[in-house]
Design a protein around this ligand. Structure first.
Ligand code: NAD
Length: 415
């Protein structure tokens, strides 16, 4: 049996716990979170034998409690938590981004190497059937050599408002740039599909809507103050969090948990919390500063060009990919779980992939836990796994993109 401890039992930590509970070779033995109610939820779901800790100091002071640790705390805490965990001797499943500072990412990688421990980074898209199947198609040589990749990451206006205007990743100083927080997955997929490192990166991006000057006249600071614009405002908390819409309903459990800090809060408690929670704020009156749209043009080794567009302004939450090769092309939308495979002069095919929940990263959350446990148990490495030395490339591209956006200059990368 592989024993696992979890540090950070919020949205991500609890989802991994759910996947672990369905894995016959894994056992959750310890959970650490600052919120007592979440720890009580962990023991209620996974048994009273699970040891709980209310602070990271207390957790690390207890010594090595498991074979591996999942780190799912916030971005700026990963560095200190990863170094402490490696010192204690844990293998790690580390949430992305590794850190908002490239030198800290490198330090974690060096420390793991020095101690002979493994750090797998949660680039969950690699494990989703849609991306896995595209990778197999590319590796089988069906589209020849890749010439270019176009990837549009449609964040979704409601999702962007939740995470990047009101929520955890709204402010660079607190988390990091949105191109790192949101799109390190996309940059990783570009590297994963091509196997080629970046040599030149140019990027531009801006903020347009979520600005103080765009607040309608007389808008309240909180939707539930109440605000006179609630009926027409698409960002009203009822439409985003607790009304029965197609956005709110599938995410209700997670929103209740995040906003109230209780694992099983009632709608009434959610509504009450939104009167003062950061998630209840007017979207035009937050302390957000991350960009809402960004383009990144990357020149890769072997003359491959990749273009990534991240936008807040889409109705749905999905990625659209167009991969052009010398012998054919792949066109697909991940949330549709299928892609077109057009072989030049040959058959035009639609490849259907197994579906998975968007909220579970289209099946990626289940896949990464399965591979991680299998690796710890048998040493078998599934080629889709992203160990930290591989992850450094996606992060290096994101840092270069941000530097380019800020300076207006292309950034050249030496390999
Ligand atoms: N792989 C992905 O696609 C993906 C998706 C979303 C978020 N993330 C990343 O996962 C991480 C966690 O995000 P989340 O959405 O679960 O956030 P969250 O706020 O829901 O969870 C973080 C938890 O960590 C706890 N915590 C914070 N500091 C702590 C400390 N010092 N000691 C103990 N507990 C502490 C908080 O109380 C909270 O419950 C972030 O780094 C985020 O960027 C990754």
């Amino acid at each position: 049996m592989i024993t696992i401890a979890i540090l950070g039992f919020g949205n991500r930590g609890s989802r991994y716990a759910y996947q672990l509970a369905h894995n016959k070779d894994a056992e959750i033995v310890a959970v650490c979170d600052k919120k007592r109610a979440l720890l009580d939820g962990a023991t209620a779901s996974y048994g009273s034998r699970v040891r709980t800790f209310e602070s990271d100091e207390e957790f690390f002071a207890a010594g090595k409690l498991a074979d591996a640790l999942i780190i799912a705390t916030q971005d700026r805490d990963h560095y200190k938590h990863a170094l402490a965990a490696l010192k204690a001797g844990y293998h790690l499943l580390l949430e992305k981004p590794v850190s908002p500072t490239y030198s800290e990412c490198q330090e974690i990688a060096e420390s793991a190497k020095e101690k002979g421990l493994s750090v797998v980074v949660c680039h969950v898209l690699r494990y989703a059937p849609f991306y896995h199947s595209i990778k197999q198609t590319i590796d089988a040589g069906l589209i020849g050599d890749i010439v270019s990749i176009n990837d549009t990451e449609n964040v979704g206006y409601w999702h962007f408002a939740h995470s990047y205007v009101r929520g955890n990743w709204r402010n660079q100083a607190e988390s990091g740039p949105s191109i790192l927080a949101k799109c390190c997955h996309d940059l990783d997929i570009i590297y994963y599909f091509t196997g080629q490192k970046s040599v030149e990166v140019f990027s531009s991006g801006s903020r347009k809507l979520f600005l103080k000057e765009n607040a309608p006249s007389g808008a309240a600071d909180y939707c539930l103050a109440p605000c006179p614009h609630r009926r027409e405002c698409p960002y009203d908390v009822k439409k985003i969090y607790y009304g029965f819409t197609r956005y709110t309903y599938p995410r209700l459990i997670w929103h209740k948990r995040l906003i109230t800090g209780k694992p099983k809060a009632k709608i009434k408690e959610l509504r009450e919390a939104l009167k003062t929670s950061p998630y209840g704020r007017c979207v035009y009156k937050c302390d957000n500063d991350v960009v809402e749209n960004q383009n990144v043009a990357v020149k890769l080794q072997n003359g491959i060009n990749a273009n990534l567009t991240m936008t807040a302004f889409s109705e749905g939450c999905f990625r659209r990919l167009h991969i052009c090769g010398t012998k054919g092309e792949i066109i697909g939308v991940d949330a549709k779980h299928k892609f077109k495979l057009n072989i030049f002069g040959g058959p035009l095919k639609t490849v259907k992939t197994q579906s998975g929940l968007i909220s579970g990263h289209l099946g990626g959350d289940a896949g990464i836990i399965a591979d991680f446990i299998e690796f710890l148990k048998t040493g078998k490495v599934n080629p889709r796994m992203s160990f930290i030395d591989v992850t450094l490339e996606s992060h290096r591209m994101a840092f270069a993109a941000e530097k380019s956006r800020e300076s207006g200059q292309a950034v050249f990368i030496e390999n």
